[in-house]
Write a protein that binds this ligand. Structure first.
Ligand code: FES
Length: 108
């Protein structure tokens, strides 16, 4: 039994040199929105869901990215509706949101 049922990490990495980085895609706003939604839904905490910031996850070309464990489901997203769907479907009900999965060959 894992400590959290689902653990989601958002890359919030920024780069000054113009290379692709998730911070350019409003990753912070997505992280904040996810954290608020998880809390409001009563999902946060041990046995539930943990939402964490992360540095570069090395899949920058698909940014913004987030990954959910233990499924190792890698997501890319566009807006708050996408985050809502990840919260409702995956973090709450355990159903991976197939349409938002990052293609497996996307790297840095
Ligand atoms: S900057 Fe987000 S995965 Fe690298």
């Amino acid at each position: 039994m894992s400590y959290y049922k689902h653990h989601i990490f958002f890359c919030l990495n920024a780069r000054e040199n113009g290379e692709a980085a998730c911070a350019q895609h409003d990753a912070q706003a997505a992280f904040d929105h996810c954290k608020a939604r998880v809390k409001a839904a009563g999902l946060a905490g041990p046995g539930g869901v943990r939402v964490n910031k992360a540095g570069c996850l090395d899949r920058c070309a698909g940014g913004p990215v987030a990954v959910v464990y233990p499924e190792a489901a890698w997501y890319t997203f566009v807006d708050k509706e996408d985050i809502d769907e990840i919260v409702e479907s995956h973090l709450k009900d355990g159903r991976v949101v197939e349409r938002l999965l990052l293609p497996p060959d996307v790297g840095r």
